[in-house]
Design a protein around this ligand. Sequence first.
Ligand code: 6PG
Length: 473
Amino acid sequence: DLADIGVTGLATMGRNLARNLARHGYAVAVHNRSASRTRDLVKEFGGEGTFLAAEELADFVASLKRPRRAIIMVKAGAGTDAVIDQLAELMEPGDMIVDGGNAHFADTRRREAALREKGIHFVGTGISGGEEGALNGPSIMPGGSKESWEALGPILQDISAKVDGVPCAVHVGPDGAGHFVKMVHNGIEYSDMQLIAESYDLLRQALGATPAELAEVFREWNQGDLGSYLIEITAEVLDQVDAATGKPFVDVVVDQAEQKGTGRWTVQSALDLGVPVTGIAEAVFARALSGHPEQRAAAAGLEGPKLSGVGGRELVEDVRQALYASKIVAYAQGFDQMAAASKEYGWDLELGAMATIWRGGCIIRAKFLDRIRAAYDADPALPTLLADPTFAGALNLAQDAWRRVVTTAVQIGVPTPGFSSALAYYDGLRRDRLPAALVQGLRDYFGAHTYLRVDREGAFHTDWSGDRSEHSA
Ligand code: 6PG
């Protein structure tokens, strides 16, 4: 008998995805470059369903039903190209190659175009949820042709997470759309974590609260508007005590945050698209700052404010509000970026559907995404999430607390780039007049770059070095 689908690359994510497929009744061809992993999988989990183990890639491909459906689960990078080439050699027009790694969407666009020439469908798909999600139901973000979605969609929806019975898998759009959306998901993941980290840091410094006490705070927050996977596991991590030293776990971990690159990619793409994703950018930069121990050591002697402990319990609620408001801003920016990319690349992304598939399975899963979906349901052409009546109301409710939090942080010298920049974005976007007018004036002064007027059509230039009269440009 032939397999319904295949998985090549059986590290944790690939293995768990293969098991998830098998548990759902699909016959799964499995292959790994070193065959021991394939054997281990079948030995340990063979009882969970039907696995067709192949030692050679050619046997793997030969064991697939037509049109063939093969999922690649290897570490993103040059290795992916090699596997794609080998698979494509063995496949026929109409077959489908799915890349489930965290590939850059530009690579996915290139690969999709190259395989399309050969009649092979290339599906770059985001898969979020870590090991656990891959096994029990991830959020799945596939890009690619409509035909490939017809053949793969039912399987992907079957193995995905479900929220209120709705699968967290949808056809995102053509070529690189799926990997783009996964990239923005990760950027938002960075920003969520940064805001959580700032909340923890500020409360710990200002109130002298212990990690265990703060775990309780996060546990409580998880019951309300902030309810989400990341808030939930923050409580778990803060509660952890190091067995070797008896200290809070968070105090024995080196304070340098690493990154594999998807957050940085999000910001790079946002710069190209001209979308201010300040929340994500600050999160990427905060990780980068943490990762320069030599600079941090050199700066450690710099003076901070005299003030340290300030405020009482009311700061906890203020920080909760600041976190929520900043989160709304970060998501609004991420969704703006998807909208801009959709336009730029002709993807026709449905933003509400992206919120829907992020409600479950993925790292940023949260109650909050239901509200985003509702906002786009009410107005699919919403210019910014901040203008949605529900979010506008929430921001208005939170803004006094948000300002107090940023003020406190500045006073006691706790860096809160996420909170501060989100507030600056909010204040910038809502202003009727921005000092960009002065910037335009300066550009015209030194470079004759011209400006528009509020009261007349056309571009203008002032003769700054002459009689300062204005001319149509
Ligand atoms: C997911 C995650 C995952 C990502 C990690 C690590 O959606 O399951 O986003 O894909 O690899 O979050 O990312 P960094 O190493 O860049 O923090």
